[in-house]
Design a protein around this ligand. Structure first.
Ligand SMILES: Cc1cc2nc3c(=O)[nH]c(=O)nc-3n(C[C@H](O)[C@H](O)[C@H](O)COP(=O)(O)OP(=O)(O)OC[C@H]3O[C@@H](n4cnc5c(N)ncnc54)[C@H](O)[C@@H]3O)c2cc1C
Length: 392
């Protein structure tokens, strides 16, 4: 088997890259280790930046998103028993975000690809990527019990944090940067209409809480918990009581509606970057190269930004024969990646009390949130980052 671009991983990065390459006339194949149902049901991100929305629309994958997605013009902050709304369009010259689950983005891209191509193989587990520093790298994979080889001009690792493609970059070349946080998120899905039209990020001395949503009838809520928490050790009632306590406002005025909890899971919080994002003819995109804690809603959006830059570089190579944009790929992406890393770190450390922190640290967090609530400049900084900085 031979292709121009071999893509490892059929998550949002791999699927969108395949779509963009297909539209640019660049031949590619996607190899995904899981089956279709698993990939389509994997609960993860839910907030699309303005730039992500624009890309999905322009590549023909935005029709259902525009019908079913919820446009959000702001978020609320709860801290010190008060609430404050950050108005995105007013602060950014009209930008907003879209609530549309990653599961739905993935379903839409798979549906398009299964009709229009390029080839997408499920249950095709990549075992190794070899020959990064040659003109024809190979992907070794197992499909239907048979070991196979895909010869490529380039290989793109879109196989997430636990994937194999990153290891094609020799250890002496690869540098990794990492921070693991001393807390995790207990996330629930509940069959109840969201209690607020927009997301609520709550700072409280009991821990962080987030109100989010998947649709007009399904709420997604999170609680900061200790690492290694067993989600099933938390009864439904205990979860709702703790959410009530953390969202509480001085003087009341807002009520969290309860409903049947249909899913509970715990997500650890990690910041991670692998540099460079290209070595020879192997390139990395999305979670294969970088991870952010979910507080800034950046993970999926960063993956989209990477593959937009990459698809443009491959299209440039295809039409002009020049590798100029491919050569610049790693530096172009890393600049934006580190900005998003900083924003995600800022949101995380401002909103979560560290279990070891002192009352002094808590006062500093409240002072920072108060600054966002009282200064247009500070609120603009948050709004510009949240709605997404320009791609490339
Ligand atoms: C549990 C969890 C919760 C999250 N919640 C949020 C959130 O609330 N908000 C937010 O913004 N972001 C969130 N994220 C981050 C966001 O979902 C990711 O940034 C996004 O999925 C990145 O897309 P990707 O395509 O780069 O990687 P992935 O979505 O991880 O896709 C990688 C794909 O590669 C496949 N693969 C892996 N190894 C191989 C192999 N050897 N061979 C073939 N295929 C392989 C995998 O099966 C997978 O389909 C969350 C992530 C996780 C893990």
């Amino acid at each position: 088997m031979r292709t121009t671009v071999g893509i490892v991983g059929g998550g949002p990065a791999g699927l969108l890259l395949a779509r963009l390459l297909h539209q640019a006339g660049v031949d590619c194949v996607v190899l995904e280790s899981r089956d279709r149902a698993y990939v389509e049901q994997r609960q993860r991100a839910g907030i699309l930046e303005q730039g992500t929305v624009d890309v999905l629309r322009s590549c023909g994958a935005g029709e259902r998103m525009d019908r079913e997605g919820l446009v959000h013009d702001g978020i609320e902050l709860h801290f010190d028993g008060r609430r404050h709304r950050v108005d995105f369009p007013a602060l950014t010259g009209g930008r907003s975000v879209m609530v549309y689950a990653q599961t739905e983005v993935v379903k839409d891209l798979i549906a398009l690809q299964s009709v229009e191509g390029p080839p997408l193989l499920f249950e095709a587990r990549v075992d190794a990527v070899e020959g990064a520093d040659t003109d024809s790298p190979v992907i070794r994979f197992t499909h239907s019990g048979r070991e196979q080889t895909l010869h490529c001009d380039y290989v793109v690792g879109c196989d997430g944090f636990h994937g194999v493609a990153r290891h094609a970059i020799p250890e002496g070349v690869r540098r990794t940067f990492e921070r693991v946080y001393p807390y995790s998120w207990l996330g629930i899905l509940a069959d109840v209409a969201p209690s607020n039209d927009e997301l609520i990020y709550a700072h409280s001395e009991r821990g962080f809480a987030l109100l989010s949503m998947r649709s007009p009838t399904v709420s997604r809520l999170y609680l900061q918990v200790g690492n290694d928490t067993d989600p099933h050790a938390w009864s439904d009632e205990r979860i709702w009581d703790e959410l009530d306590a953390r969202f509480a406002l001085k003087g009341g005025g807002w009520k969290l509606e309860r409903g049947p909890i249909t899913s509970k899971s715990v997500t650890p919080m990690r910041s991670f970057v692998a540099e460079p994002m290209r070595y020879g003819r192997v390139l990395l995109a999305g979670d294969a190269a970088h991870i952010v804690p979910p507080t800034g809603a950046k993970g999926l959006n960063l993956a989209v930004a990477d593959v937009v830059v990459l698809a443009r570089a491959f299209a440039h190579l295809h039409t002009t024969g020049s590798t100029e944009l491919l050569d610049a790929y790693s530096d172009t992406c890393l600049r934006r990646v580190w900005r998003a890393e900083h924003f995600s770190y800022f949101m995380t450390t401002t909103l979560h009390p560290d279990p070891a922190q002192s009352p002094f640290d808590t006062r500093l967090q409240i002072a920072q949130l108060d600054r966002i609530a009282s200064s247009r400049a500070a609120a603009t900084e948050l709004a510009e980052n949240y709605t997404g900085l320009p791609i490339g």
